[in-house]
Unconditional design. Structure first.
Length: 412
């Protein structure tokens, strides 16, 4: 089997995901991704006539984010028309899955050069298409709902916190630490290698910094925030008249949910895009590239769709087992902070040293541009392994529907 290598990783800064308020909110999704394609291509003298495939994640494939946004972005970037593309949806896990599928094509020997990544314009999908924001994961399939009731992801987070006995105070402490680590990383330029400023077409700067973080966040300031998902429970979710409370009660009729998640310990709503160049060793040698990392394991798991967010731990274990590794063999971990309880449970269940997990903060501080986040995290991990002169990193995240992809990379 051929090895798959990461040649480079790039991304936009994350902009506030509110129409008219975020610096990136007026960009077309494919144009924003094209900006990253342009930048990473120029930086690596990428011969786009030799790209075998472009694999892009996008979760809300509606309106402007429909019509195979990956292909449209490649064309918009001016890449050769022979560079084919595909757009996939594994909810939040799309940005890891896009890399995993591109790497698998290279490992199989069928491809030599791929670009992978993701994009999500939440200022578009949650503000300008409000019905998209309120949709149920089951898409209104009532037969499926009878089999697997799936509440809102935030409700799932509160369910897990209740079942696993996580208090609001310990989850808030994790959120404060995320903000502190992110602020330290930004102040010291830890993201600079991957982050590419986004320019308007007239050459002016649209955004050259992370727009979402809230430095100075404290336990006291978080304690004043009202919980969010308690407000979702009794509102009708569609024309059936059912509520999320009804869905919860189908599987957990006696569960009295302790709502602990709020805007400060949940992932931020942001816009963003990311891309990675992957190749075989033979192709890298041919064009004179020095690979930055090798992909040594990949895995995807599914689990309980009602709780939905519990699969990062089994995904990590599966990826480790495939290559005979344990958590002791991993230098750094990235677990997407979709909600504080996801990261807290990951650390607790795998008995990890918190100092090795999300060392530069996570989505509670920086935001979570859904299908772009996984690709962003892989780049973040690669940069930090290089900065610390470490070797191995594991990246994983929960997704809608009760799934999780994972990837382990090794510095070259």
């Amino acid at each position: 089997m051929t090895d798959a290598y990461i040649i480079d990783a790039a991304r936009t800064p994350r902009g506030i995901g509110k129409a008219g308020k975020g610096a990136l909110s007026e960009f077309h999704p494919s144009r924003l991704l094209a900006k990253v394609f342009e930048g990473i291509g120029e930086r690596n003298d990428l011969n786009t006539t030799e790209i075998d495939d472009v694999v892009v994640g996008c979760s809300s494939q509606v309106g402007k984010q429909g019509s195979c946004v990956g292909r449209m972005a490649a064309l918009d970037a001016g890449w050769d028309t022979s560079a084919s593309a595909v757009t996939l949806d594994r909810f939040c896990g799309s940005g890891i899955t896009s890399v995993n599928l591109a790497a698998a094509n290279i490992m199989s020997g069928m491809d030599d050069l791929c670009v992978a990544g993701g994009v999500e314009m939440m200022s578009y999908t949650t503000t300008r298409i409000p019905e998209n924001n309120n949709r149920t994961v089951d898409g209104g399939n009532l037969h499926l709902r009878d089999i697997h009731p799936q509440p809102h992801q935030g409700v799932c987070a509160d369910m897990i916190a209740t079942l696993e006995n996580f208090s609001r105070e310990e989850l808030d402490a994790l959120a404060v630490e995320s903000q502190n680590r992110a602020q330290h990383a930004i102040a010291n330029g830890y993201f600079d290698r991957s982050v590419m400023p986004v320019y308007n077409d007239d050459g002016t700067v649209a955004l050259d910094r992370e727009e979402f973080p809230r430095p100075g966040t404290t336990l006291e300031s978080l304690a004043d925030l009202p919980t969010v998902f308690s407000q979702f429970m009794e509102a009708p979710i569609d024309d059936t008249g059912e509520t999320f409370q009804h869905l919860v009660a189908r599987k957990y009729p006696d569960l009295n949910i302790n709502h602990v998640h709020h805007a400060g310990n949940s992932s931020g709503v942001v816009d963003g895009a990311a891309a990675l160049i992957l190749s075989s060793k033979d192709y890298a040698d041919k064009v004179g590239w020095k690979p930055r990392a090798r992909i040594i394991s990949m895995a995807t798991v599914g689990g309980d769709p009602t709780l939905m967010l519990n699969e990062p731990v089994p995904a990590a274990r599966k990826a480790l087992a495939r290559v005979g590794m344990t958590t002791d063999d991993i230098d750094l971990f990235e677990i997407n902070e979709a909600f504080a309880v996801v990261a807290a449970k990951f650390i607790r269940d795998l008995q990890l040293d918190p100092a090795k997990v999300n060392v530069n903060g996570g989505a509670m501080a920086l935001g979570h541009p859904i299908a772009a986040t996984g690709s962003i995290l892989i780049g973040t991990m690669l940069d930090e392994l290089e900065r610390r002169d470490l070797n191995t990193g594991l990246i994983t995240m929960c997704t809608g529907g009760g799934m999780a992809p994972a990837i382990i990379i090794e510095r070259v």
